[in-house]
Design a protein around this ligand. Structure first.
Ligand code: HEM
Length: 411
């Protein structure tokens, strides 16, 4: 922050939140907005920033569009000339009905709770393998980058196994996917970022076109084969099936990586809670929810209103861009008692980390399962965890995670 916090206007706060680099600690800015108006229109950016829990939940369920005016406010008028933006605007997360309901219906038939449950033993095995690798890397007190050794390769390995993407391809695509996802929060990136994102999107498209064609010719016992079969039955175009497969793959690790890294930072900032989890693994279900609430991995979800809508004491006009600040809503004192306190035993009902309404996250149970398996085992395996240097945050707007997080681990 360049300005003293007590002189920050709500408009300054919105500008600060939506301009790279992301503030290391956005919560004081959320407070400024929440204290001014839980549904606040920024005159400078022309968007509505929503910080209240009830108001955010309402917007996510309201009559809105993701993609309607495709170039709405945050998108560039020349979006159609960019592979990265074209592919993002065809991804499930930006579709509107009827396409959204059709593609999501198909995704729900493939990406089922049973398919996630069946993955349990594989998740356990992959987690052990990654922890064993970390023990080796950490020998003699050598610093280890938590992101490249665990927080990203573990979820990449899980979603790769689930879909049937060869694991060695998976980690390569972690870096490619990062380049693509940088431009998802439209408008807040450089031309260089966009060039890299276009190349990344093209690479993903070619890879998934190839692997899906291969599964069409010779199906296997994997989710990609099911996706091709069900997609053809449901008359999805090959383009739609490719978009869905690519998005499931990327969504499967981008965010879980942040849950692991931001979650660990929250625990290290609250050693009493870390020790509690180390001592008592039975807190795991509420602990994972609390990490999602306290340090929400996806901080914002945007919508464009389709009709004039009453929200709080405001009327948001049709065509306006509204951003539900999920990370702020998850610390709304009207919803959570003493929300700035990390309490791994908290059980105060659902948080908004996985959004709500028609675009509600399809992978919440997978992410929860991964975190539930990983955190207790990690805390048991390493008797001390110390951050060295200053972690580098990811600077894509809306993603709360780390690029690099060096730790020294004691065994
Ligand atoms: C901690 C991990 C995760 C977090 C915090 C997270 C968060 C979110 C959020 C906030 C949305 C909705 C955004 C909006 O409303 O605009 C979303 C959508 C989605 N997520 Fe996740 N996600 C996580 C993990 C996963 C995983 C593991 C998958 C598995 C493939 C996944 C698949 C999806 C899909 C397919 C959608 C789009 C749903 C739709 O638009 O209908 N997510 N996620």
């Amino acid at each position: 922050m360049t300005t003293e916090l007590n002189t920050v206007t709500p408009d300054d706060a919105v500008i600060e939140l939506f301009s790279p680099p992301q503030p290391a600690d956005p919560f004081p800015l959320y407070d400024v907005l929440m204290e001014t108006d839980r549904v606040y229109r920024s005159p400078s950016l022309g968007l509505w920033a929503v910080t209240g829990y009830a108001e955010s939940a309402a917007i996510l369920r309201a009559n809105t569009t993701r993609n309607g005016p495709r170039a709405a406010s945050t998108m560039r008028p020349d979006w159609a000339e960019h592979e990265a933006l074209r592919m993002y605007l065809n991804a499930l997360i930006t579709l509107d009905p009827p396409d959204h309901s059709r593609v999501r219906g198909l995704a729900g038939r493939v990406f089922t709770p049973a398919a996630v449950r069946a993955l349990g033993p594989s998740i356990e095995r992959l987690m052990r393998r990654h922890l064993d690798d970390m023990v080796e890397l950490a020998q003699g007190g050598a610093p280890v980058d938590l992101i490249t050794s665990l927080a990203s390769p573990f979820p990449v390995a899980v979603i790769s196994e689930m879909l049937g993407v060869p694991d060695e391809d998976g980690m390569h695509f972690y870096h490619v996917a990062n380049n693509w996802s940088r431009v998802w929060a439209g408008g807040y990136y450089s031309e260089e970022d966009l060039t890299r994102a276009d190349a990344a999107a093209l690479e993903l498209r070619e890879y998934f076109d190839g692997i899906l064609d291969e599964r069409r010719r010779s199906p296997r016992e994997d989710l990609l084969s099911t996706l091709v079969r069900e997609g053809d039955n449901a008359r999805l175009s090959p383009e739609e099936t490719m978009s869905l497969a690519t998005f499931l793959f990327v969504a499967g690790f981008e965010t879980t990586t942040s849950l692991i890294s931001a979650g660990l930072i929250s625990l290290l900032d609250h050693p009493d809670q870390l020790e509690l989890w180390r001592r008592d693994a039975s807190v795991t279900p509420t602990a994972v929810e609390e990490l999602l609430r306290f340090n929400t991995p996806i901080t914002a979800a945007s919508r464009v209103m389709k009709e004039d809508t009453a929200l709080g004491d405001q009327i948001v006009p049709a065509g306006n861009l509204v951003v539900a600040l999920l990370a702020a809503a998850n610390r709304d004192p009207r919803q959570f008692t003493d929300p700035g306190r990390l309490d791994l035993t908290r059980s105060e009902g659902a948080n908004l980390a996985f959004s709500a309404g028609p675009h509600f996250c399809m992978g919440g149970n997978l992410a929860r399962l991964e975190a539930s398996v990983l955190f207790p085992a990690f805390l048991e395996r390493f008797s001390s965890i110390e951050v060295v240097g200053t972690p580098t945050r990811r600077d894509a707007i809306g993603l709360n995670g780390y690029e690099e997080l060096q730790v020294v681990l004691g065994t």
